[in-house]
Write a protein of this length. Structure first.
Length: 279
C-alpha cells in the first residue's frame, strides 16, 4: 500500500535534485567570473543590466520541473512581470527560507517571489508587495486510525506538549508560539533546514514524524497522492501573502505593486490563479 506514495516522493525528489544540481553548477561558474554584489539593487540598476534576480521555493505550487518544462504560480507570475518590463528573470529555487532572506540582504536576489506571510517581524526588515494570494497555515498529520488514537489532533488545544516540524526560519514559527500562549501551554517547534514543506508532508505520511505545519495551498496540492494525511486543522486564520524586496529597493517595490494592481484585474491572472489554486 505504501509503494505508490514512496514512488511519488521518489519522482518528486529526482527533478528537485537535477534542477538544483544544474543551478548550483551555473552559480559556481558565475561566481568564478563575477564579483559578489554585496548589497541590494533598486529598479534602475536592474533595468540597466536587464536581469531580474529572483529567489523562490521548489514546490508544486511555486516552482517545479514537469518533464522538460518549469512551471509554478510564482514562477509564471514573476516571468510575466519581467516580460512586460523587458527584463530577463533569473530564478533560483531554495528550500531554506533563511537562505532566501540572506540572499536578498546581500544582493544576490532582487525579489523573493514566494508567498510570504506579513508578520510584524518581517515588515521590520523587508518591503512587502501588495497581497498576491490568500492562504493559511495548517497542521499536517496522519488520519485518525481509531477513536482512541492518541496521536490524532482534534483541536488546537490538543497541540499542548506536542512537537511541530517546520521549515527552518518559517514565519509559521511566530504563529505557533502565539498559539501556545493562546492555549496556555507549550507547543514545541523543531526547525528542519534541509527539507521544504512537501518533504515534511511526506515524512508525516510515512510515519517518520508525527506533525508538520505548512501553507494550505501546498498541503492540498499533494493531498491526493498521500491519502493518509489529514490537513483539516488550521493553525492560523486565512491571511494575505506577498512577495518581498529589500528596504533598499523602494522603486522596485513600487514597480511591482503598480504592475500587480493592474495584472490582477486581467483575465491572464485569473486563469493563472485558477490553474494552481482551484484544484
Amino acid at each position: 500500500m505504501e509503494t505508490r506514495p514512496k514512488l511519488r516522493l521518489f519522482r518528486y525528489l529526482v527533478p528537485v535534485v537535477i534542477v538544483l544540481a544544474i543551478l548550483f553548477s551555473v552559480r559556481q561558474c558565475n561566481r568564478k567570473q563575477e564579483k559578489p554584489l554585496g548589497h541590494p539593487r533598486d529598479y534602475a540598476a536592474i533595468t540597466k543590466e536587464g536581469i531580474l534576480r529572483v529567489a523562490t521555493e521548489y514546490n508544486s505550487t511555486s516552482f517545479y520541473v514537469d518533464g522538460d518544462t518549469i512551471s509554478g504560480f510564482h514562477y509564471e507570475l514573476i516571468e510575466a512581470f519581467a516580460r512586460d518590463k523587458g527584463l530577463k528573470a533569473e530564478i533560483m529555487p531554495f528550500m531554506s527560507f533563511e537562505e532566501r532572506l540572506k540572499g536578498l540582504a546581500d544582493g544576490r536576489f532582487d525579489v523573493i517571489a514566494f508567498g510570504i506571510l506579513a508578520t510584524s517581524e518581517l515588515k521590520d526588515s523587508l518591503l512587502l508587495t501588495t497581497p498576491i494570494v490568500l492562504n493559511k497555515q495548517v497542521l499536517v498529520q496522519r488520519k485518525e486510525t481509531e477513536e482512541s488514537d492518541s496521536l490524532y489532533i482534534r483541536s488546537q488545544l490538543d497541540l499542548a506538549q506536542r512537537t511541530l516540524h517546520v521549515v527552518k526560519g518559517s514565519p509559521s514559527i511566530l504563529r505557533i508560539r502565539n498559539l501556545g500562549n493562546e492555549i496556555g501551554d507549550t507547543i514545541y517547534i523543531k526547525e528542519i533546514e534541509k527539507y521544504g514543506p512537501e518533504q515534511l508532508i511526506s515524512l508525516v505520511a510515512h510515519g517518520d514524524i508525527d506533525y508538520a505545519v505548512c501553507d494550505e495551498s501546498i498541503a492540498r496540492a499533494v493531498a491526493d497522492s498521500l491519502p493518509q494525511i489529514d490537513i483539516n486543522t488550521a493553525i492560523s486564520f486565512t491571511q494575505f501573502y506577498s512577495w518581498a524586496v529589500s528596504k533598499q529597493s523602494p522603486i522596485l517595490l513600487d514597480s511591482l505593486n503598480t504592475w500587480l494592481d493592474r495584472f490582477q484585474q486581467e483575465k491572464e491572472y485569473r486563469k493563472l490563479y485558477k490553474k494552481y489554486y482551484t484544484r
